[in-house]
Design a protein around this ligand. Structure first.
Ligand code: ATP
Ligand code: MG
Length: 216
């Protein structure tokens, strides 16, 4: 991968983190400050109401702490030697089920050599984004994630039986929305000299990612 490509990937990830923080933490802070305004407003004339508003503010802070913990968890470097490859996917599955208990999501993950940390982390992050997209967009009931090590390739498949991608996501120059996830997945795969194909129609979406295992 060329230096410029690496910088582009880094920039894309930073932009994504900045957007996430803006949409979650900053928004929460705005609500909190409005909530505290209410506490101040009622403080002198209606102490009971002021207390009620303060309790709401306290609960907001608790939720924010939970949200920030999740963001930090997602950002932290993953050392598979510490948590184990399979355990990391078990944790991911549990987290997804917490986010959407209705989704039937099956993981079928081969053990791979995680001593090359970059490949392992990239595969993990590609799968995280694929799963987040399933939760956010697909309306699927069933999903499957597999990682198969066969011969000279690691093959990753992320499948859902949801509504499928729109023809051209984020098409058109007037779109103010940013959609980085699929691009991020593709660039990650390409950074490992692999590729990603998307097959999608109104009965679901399949992402096939193939990464060559390089002999060192
Ligand atoms: N599994 C899926 N099922 C249905 N639609 C999908 C799926 N994955 C992606 N999409 C569609 O493709 C678009 C682009 O996805 P992408 O991950 O690039 O961006 P995003 O999820 O909207 O935003 P971001 O990932 O940057 O937070 C989504 O907005 C959604 O419309
Ligand atoms: Mg996405």
């Amino acid at each position: 991968m060329r230096g410029k490509d690496i910088l582009r990937l880094q920039e894309m990830e930073r932009r994504r983190i900045a957007e996430d923080l803006h949409d979650t933490t900053v928004q929460d802070m705005v609500y909190l400050s409005q909530q505290l305004e209410l506490v101040l407003y009622y403080m002198d004339n209606d102490v009971a109401q002021a207390k009620l508003e303060a309790v709401i503010a306290k609960n907001q802070v608790k939720r924010m702490i939970g949200g920030m913990r999740e963001t930090i968890y997602d950002l932290r470097p993953i050392v598979f030697d510490d948590i184990g490859w399979s355990a990391a996917f078990k944790q991911l599955q549990d987290k997804l089920l917490k986010q959407n208990p209705e989704l039937n999501i099956v993981f079928d993950i081969d053990e791979i050599d995680t001593s090359d940390g970059v490949t392992a982390v990239s595969i993990y992050r590609i799968i995280c984004e694929g799963c987040q997209n399933i939760l956010k967009h697909s309306k699927a009931q069933n999903a499957t994630v597999s990682v198969k090590h066969s011969g000279k390739y690691i093959k990753i498949c992320v499948y859902d039986d949801g509504i499928g991608l729109e023809r051209e996501p984020a098409y058109g120059s007037d779109s103010k929305e940013h959609h980085f996830g699929l691009q991020f997945m593709r660039e990650r795969a390409e950074s490992l000299l692999g590729n990603m194909d998307i097959l999608s129609d109104s009965s679901g979406t399949i992402l096939n990612i193939q990464i060559p295992v390089l002999e060192l």
